[in-house]
Design a protein around this ligand. Structure first.
Ligand code: NAP
Ligand code: ZN
Length: 347
């Protein structure tokens, strides 16, 4: 065991505060990582505030982790000390079920061990996330990170990046496709960059007019401010794919009506409350409503390689650890450009 420092919420909705805890010994199949940066995902806030149901406390959030390998177990062949490495939303899966064998171990049918607010496969040992100085994890759930990328913007790829890359590839974003990105926060801005690099025509649908210039600068072809109720009417039957990243409880109907023939609205945003859907809106144009959750380890590596090849990183505001609570409030107010990343040396 080794002691590490982190930031934890001790109770539901409580402020995050300094917290010391133990990491396990490095086993034969494990690596130890000295964490450099950890992104703040809106899912961290949903879980700290129990917006997805009862959670495990103390909670050290953080599932967008980048750092350097400091130790490798005796059976590890894919990493060496000094390598740049990443960890995303989960740190273990069974490897044997149908989904794991398909590479979709994010949907493991046995037990997904989430990076925090979860338990190891024993069902009792709690997991602690990336708002900390170090972590120990199974090497086959750790990702390789290219040295060429600006390291401060890499951590958000591990959740925000793969969460939009997976549906964009699954639903065929590319040349000739009209992609809309609903909500320009952490996930949304990664969707703009990735969809654009895939060759799609990208429209941002945002309720924040103040984000227009940034959206166009990062590669969007069009920007539509949705706080103008009439703006969406001009987009009727337009899109092939809509990636809905909105964290709040919204009415999907006006957006579904902007889907064209065989268009799909993919929910990745997870407000924790049900949507109301009118079946008639889906039968017209043979539209689909879908969802998507992060991505498997292989597709996470594919996404990191795609981002390295296209020089894509997240737009970040790097913060000290003592700013986390203020950062949470700003994320909820849609006031982040476009991801907060904690410099974990400040913990
Ligand atoms: P974020 O940075 O807070 O972005 C969410 C965006 O939604 C905001 O920037 C804002 O964009 C829009 N929005 C927020 N409140 C709104 C409101 N009341 N009405 C209309 N639009 C609103 O959050 P994030 O980290 O990108 O995460 C987004 C959601 O995805 C969260 O629910 C998170 O839990 C979920 N998530 C899911 C997965 C998955 O695997 N499916 C993975 C990660 C995160 P504009 O200002 O541009 O309108
Ligand atoms: Zn996340």
């Amino acid at each position: 065991m080794s002691t590490t420092r982190g930031y934890a919420a001790l109770t539901a909705g409580g402020d995050l505060q300094p917290f010391e805890f133990e990491r396990r010994e490095v086993g034969a199949s494990d690596v130890a990582i000295d964490i450099l940066y950890a992104g703040i995902c809106h899912s961290d806030i949903h879980q700290v505030r129990e917006e997805w149901g009862p959670a495990i406390f103390p909670m050290v959030p953080g599932h967008e982790i980048v750092g350097r390998i400091t130790e490798v177990g005796s059976a590890v062949t894919n990493f060496a000390v000094g390598d740049l490495a990443g960890i995303g939303c989960f740190v273990d899966s069974c490897g044997q079920c149908t989904n794991c064998k398909l590479g979709k171990n994010n949907y493991c049918l046995e037990h997904v061990t989430w990076t925090y607010n979860s338990t190891e496969v024993d069902g009792s040992t709690p997991t602690y996330g990336g708002y900390s100085q170090s972590i120990v994890a199974k090497a086959d759930h750790v990702l390789h990170v290219a040295e060429s990328l600006d390291i401060t913007g890499v951590a958000p790829l591990l959740c925000a990046g793969v969460t939009v890359y997976s549906p964009l590839t699954h639903w065929g974003a590319g040349p000739g496709k009209q992609v809309a990105v609903l909500g320009l926060g952490g996930l949304g801005h990664m969707a703009v960059k990735i969809a654009r690099a895939m060759g799609a025509h990208v429209t941002v649908l945002s309720h924040s007019e103040s984000k227009r210039v940034d959206a166009l600068d990062m590669g969007a072809d069009d920007f539509v401010c949705t706080s103008d109720a009439n703006a969406l009417k001009d987009l009727a039957n337009r899109f092939d794919i809509i990636i809905n990243t909105v964290s709040a409880d919204i009415d999907l109907r006006p957006y579904i009506l902007t889907l064209g023939l065989w268009g799909t609205l993919v929910c990745v945003g997870a407000p924790g409350k049900p949507y109301t859907i009118n079946g008639g809106d889906l039968l017209n144009q043979q539209r689909s409503l879908a969802g998507s959750g992060i991505g498997g380890i292989k597709e996470t590596q594919d996404m990191l390689d795609f981002c390295a090849a296209n020089n894509i990183v997240s737009e970040v505001e790097v913060i000290d650890a003592n700013y986390i609570n203020e950062a949470y409030d700003r994320v909820v107010a849609s006031d982040v450009r476009f991801r907060f990343v904690i410099d974990t040396s400040t913990i």
